[in-house]
Design a protein around this ligand. Sequence first.
Ligand code: HEM
Length: 416
Amino acid sequence: MVNEMPEDAGFDRTLSVLKEGYEFIMNRSESLNSDVFETRIMGERAICLTGSEAAELFYDDTRFRRRDAAPSRVEKTLFGEGGVQGLDGERHVNRKAMLMALMDNEAMDEIEMLVLHYWQQYFEEAGSLETVELYEAAKVVFLQVAAKWTGVPLEESETEERAGQVSDLFESPAALGLQHWKGRRARSEANDWIEGFVEEVRAGTLDVDNGKALYTFSWHRDVKGELLDKKVVAVEILNLLRPMTAVSVWVAMIGLAMHEFPEERDKLEGAGEERLEWFIQEVRRYYPFFPFAAARTDVDFEWRGYHFEEGTLTLLDLYGTNRHKKNWVHPETFMPERFEGWQQTPFNFIPQGGGDYDFGHRCAGEFVTIVMMRATLDFLVNSLEYDVPEQDFSFEFNDIPAVPNDKVKINNYRFK
Ligand code: HEM
């Protein structure tokens, strides 16, 4: 027997998505008392899912596809066209393997070392009387880390401008008007920048270590044994540079968490890696970043007695799943110690998507993110002393990505 799917009845909800942002699915799931409901977004019928059981369904690639799921405005800014996010089946597995081949323990050690090095350099060069916005500083530091790790040449003189350009990619996808066009321009400039290096690597005129992403992606062969179009290589290199720079959003949230929960911050002084990691895991769970993942049903099927029609846009609530009452005790409380002895499944903690890294669309950079956040927290707690001036720490739930309004200012810093 097929049941009627709970419905968010009424007109198209695109404006409500923009207004409610991260809380759009959670608000409706609570009022309809259901982890699945249908609505209308951008002129079409859409199904919204939340919670770990629905996440498990969403990541079943026999039922969902990605190729026509992302809105074109998001492809033209955030993702870039032709990248891994929109691939399915063996083409996805081939491309994802190219990315995942980078993610070994040696890489994590190198990234940790680079993060500590560039933070140290940043604060050595900035005058100690200067007020630093942690969010803006992290963008510059992390682009340097990403460029060094991937083998992309980056002159010191161009770092700030490039960091601004790469940030326009992740600050623009949900935006309308001017900010969106800024994102499109940044996308085309950033692609051109990287395509030039791909041409040079292929021509043998740029010497890059053969373990670096710029080298391995330039020579990667697809399922037909052919080299990737240089535009696609650029998109995939930017699939590393862009999100690594975007970890700055979570650095701002680390700053906010230390301000909002000083008793938790105090526990970090001199603490080992484990406690630092609980704290950053709780930051990734508690604060919003990526609102939903999008797919389309690839076949007609039934789930929990509800009919899913082929071709339907489906959104999985990432923020809400990390606060779902079935999965979390006191989800509204910031409690890093919840991660002590905690059991992770592929679907219950999904700030960067769920499912499988190699065969699914789970974020290729989740471990990179954790390492970058942990090293930054370690630096802020154990290597630097600073004051936190009066400022506006609030953020908007419909600002995607959300960052505290004053970008987390610190001043009077000195090395410990
Ligand atoms: C800044 C924090 C980050 C957040 C919040 C984040 C979030 C996400 C999310 C939600 C997805 C999509 C999951 C899905 O479609 O089911 C994703 C995919 C991806 N992420 Fe991240 N990510 C972050 C950092 C990174 C980093 C540092 C890298 C690279 C080093 C990275 C590389 C990727 C790639 C390549 C994909 C596409 C995977 C695929 O389609 O198979 N991300 N990320």
